[in-house]
Design a protein around this ligand. Structure first.
Ligand code: SF4
Length: 357
């Protein structure tokens, strides 16, 4: 692309008139910018705003976050998914306090030594907070840069990444790179959208190769679609007196660090449940002998490449002692809210809570 100054002028004028007023844009505080950028990975702006506000109200500074208990951090993260992000936030906050005296580094290489901070997030923190000309390429700017350049090959290949990062660096001005990066991301998020980009109102259409060639619908090259596998799982809420059994998911499991009712995959279609198999599996995994109760819900959800039908079943402990080697807790329904659960775990917990009232 030629004539960057004209490109900058048009883009920044559009940004001044049209940008959304988002809470993390009203600050140069690297802590707030970092939290927002981590939350925005894999999650929409609309979904993030209430989480961001709650998180900042509870942990207003990197020191407050560094001193937090992981359970409380995960509880605030509950529903955002990709929980390793929350665990890395906590680890990175501790590293900022311990190794950097509580001050966020501004150097992008140093930023990338912190857990969960990759090249894009480092560039966002460095440019938005410190106005350092650090390039950024994330989902929205990847699409925008491909179209501006008319780049038709795979943008996720190593060659494609090199092309895009080189462009992201070249497009930045020496003064005000943070604001320009924000304008590029905003344009990608609101105008140069995946389907039917709004080229008619785009401030930089005169600089866009895809617009000139009419190739917006085929650029960028699409990722190959994930093949989803259907599976059936059961979640069993085992009751002993007024309490139910929860287990903290260990590191090697989906939702590591969160709590859950006992959950496992069962064979067969989603219509039938073999209760003898359930009681045997529960005995093997927990050491408890149970009597299965009723199925109180069937929830559908997707995790990575699995489309899951989850049968939520109640049971009563008859006998047996809990096996060691797991983090178990007997919890009253009124106390479920103290524990971070997965989205489906929370829905099951809410049903049990409602039934116990
Ligand atoms: S002209 Fe269209 S395709 Fe090109 S950058 Fe603008 S919105 Fe995207």
């Amino acid at each position: 692309m030629k004539n960057f100054p004209t490109f900058h002028r048009k883009l920044l004028a559009w940004y001044a008139d049209s940008a959304r007023d988002l809470p993390w844009r009203r600050t140069h505080d690297p802590y707030r910018i970092w939290i927002s950028e981590i939350m925005l990975q894999q999650t929409t702006v609309v979904a993030v705003i209430p989480y961001f506000e709650r998180f900042l109200a509870r942990f207003p500074s990197v020191d407050a976050l560094a001193a937090a208990d992981e359970t409380n951090v995960l509880r605030l993260w509950e529903g955002l998914g990709y929980y390793s992000r929350a665990k890395n936030l906590l680890r990175a906050a501790k590293a900022v306090v311990e190794k950097h005296h509580g001050q966020f580094p501004s150097d992008i290489e140093v930023l990338q030594t912190l857990p969960g901070i990759g090249r894009y997030t480092a560039g966002a923190i460095a440019s938005f907070a410190f106005d350092i000309p650090a390039p950024i390429v994330e989902a929205n700017t990847l699409r925008l840069y491909c179209r501006l350049l008319g780049y038709q090959s795979d943008p996720r290949s190593s060659v494609g990444q090199k092309v895009l990062w080189t462009f992201a660096e070249a497009v930045l001005p020496k003064t005000g790179p943070g604001r320009l990066n924000q304008a590029l991301m905003e344009l990608g998020a609101t105008v140069c959208i995946p389907k039917e980009p709004r080229c008619g109102i785009c401030p930089v259409s005169a600089h866009c190769h895809a617009f000139r060639d009419g190739t917006q619908s085929v650029v960028p090259q699409q990722k190959s679609k994930k093949v989803m596998t259907a599976i059936t799982e059961v979640s069993i809420a085992i009751r002993r007196g007024p309490k139910y059994l929860l287990r903290r998911c260990p590191l090697n499991e989906r939702w590591a660090g969160l709590w859950d009712f006992l959950r496992f995959e069962i064979a067969g279609d989603s219509k039938s449940v073999d209760t003898a198999h359930l009681t045997d599996t529960v005995r093997e995994r927990t050491g408890l002998i149970i009597e299965c109760g009723s199925q109180i819900a069937e929830l559908k959800h997707a995790v990575t490449r699995y489309r899951i039908t989850l049968k939520c079943i109640t049971a009563i402990r008859q006998d047996g002692r809990l096996k060691s080697g797991n983090d178990w807790k007997w919890v009253k329904p009124a106390d479920f809210q103290k524990y971070p659960l997965s989205v489906t775990g929370r829905r099951f917990a809410e049903l049990l809570q409602r039934d116990s009232m």
